[in-house]
Design a protein around this ligand. Structure first.
Ligand code: M6R
Length: 357
């Protein structure tokens, strides 16, 4: 079912605009409003704190989800790595709600938390690509991703689908709470779908950038601030797992507190600059690494570019930039793995779903 593609990963990267449109269609009623189970609305509005539990890429989508839910629906959110939460449970609020994010719905680490929180009597929602999976069956409610099967071990379209569904959930909760928002998620996601298409059409540019940055390096750094920090963590995971380059995603401002000691001649550093409030400060961090010999590249959002060398992303709503900024990261990783002769779809030591704790 790879069709004309050499790898599932590239096929799945390319499918992202279609997935966005599918989500819009599935979560829209005939009046163009959000269509969501009323019971989900009820548990979302009743909770005084939401706990998002996930692993890997789904955890990274959860970090963006926290931003979306807190910004729009004004409920505090904590995001936890499932395997840590199990053994080190934080003090819980009075009315917690647990949201499990899992592409496969079979991740044992997340399931073990669900078993615990269910036993404690707390409500749960699973956001998954596989309705009928263990986490979907065992949680009270399921929000499906509608992304179609994801075969490559490296998760791509599930990440963007998770963020899109979290956006809809955040807005629906805001509406239920009577919070006025100047934001129509279904319209904004349609803009995202077109922006994704235009990036996917620029594959060759990302292939050559990937060659320049990653063909021979052993180390790589991704830096960002604010919401971009969440995306650079995902970028580093993607690069690590399929190209075996040791990569880290750092908060720009944190570099000078230690990590900058690792920057040496020709080390690739990719910076994300999609947010106006941190545009200058992240560029300051880029200057600091360039001064130490790094090979730096800045990916910025249209309107925020400050140099002709910037890779410029099409503009989307400021809270939805992860849906767009992750695409170059996915493509850079894909081509890095390809150029380094790695097994793109089935990287060593990894399984598509991790069903052991
Ligand atoms: O199926 P899940 O979303 O629960 O899987 C979680 C992680 O195992 C998964 O995202 C993993 O990190 C991917 N290989 C990342 O590309």
């Amino acid at each position: 079912e790879k069709g004309t593609y050499d790898h599932f990963m590239l096929k799945e990267i390319d499918e992202q605009p279609i997935v966005m449109r599918k989500i819009i269609q599935q979560y829209q009623d005939k009046n163009g409003d959000i269509k969501l189970d009323k019971k989900i609305r009820k548990v979302m509005t009743k909770s005084d704190r939401i706990y998002i539990i996930a692993a890997g890429t789904s955890y990274h989508a959860g970090l963006v989800g926290k931003q979306l839910i807190e910004n729009m629906s004004q409920v505090p959110v904590e995001v936890h790595i499932a395997s840590e939460f199990s053994y080190n449970m934080p003090l819980l609020s009075e009315n917690p709600l647990f949201i499990y994010i899992s592409q496969s719905g079979e991740t044992a680490d997340s399931r073990s938390v669900l078993v615990q929180t269910k036993a404690m009597g707390y409500p749960s929602i699973t956001i998954t690509n596989v309705p009928g999976s263990t986490l979907s069956r065992e949680a009270d409610y399921t929000l499906p991703l509608h992304a179609g099967p994801e075969i490559a071990v490296a998760s791509t379209k599930a990440y963007t689908a998770q963020i899109a569904v979290l956006t809809i959930l955040a807005v629906d909760t805001a509406q239920a709470k009577g919070i006025e928002l100047d934001f129509d998620p279904l319209k904004e996601l349609a803009i995202v779908a077109s922006a994704m298409e235009s990036l996917i059409d620029q594959k060759e540019a990302f292939e050559s950038l990937s060659k320049e940055l990653f063909e021979t390096t052993r180390h790589a750094f991704f830096i960002g601030r604010g919401i971009d920090y969440f995306v650079v963590q995902e970028a580093a995971l993607k690069l690590k797992e399929i190209s075996y380059i040791q990569a880290e995603g750092f908060a720009g401002g944190e570099l000078k507190h230690g990590t900058i000691a690792l920057i040496e001649q020709d080390v690739p550093v990719v910076a994300l600059a999609t947010q106006e409030n941190v545009n200058l400060s992240i560029r300051g961090n880029v200057q600091e690494v360039i001064a130490r010999g790094a090979k730096a590249s800045i990916i910025s959002m249209k309107g925020l570019e400050r140099s002709t060398d910037d890779v410029v992303l099409p503009a989307v709503h400021a809270l939805l930039t992860p849906l767009i900024s992750v695409i170059p990261m996915q493509l850079l990783s894909y081509y890095a793995a390809l150029h380094r002769d790695c097994d793109v779809d089935k990287p060593r030591n990894l399984a598509k779903s991790v069903t052991v704790e």
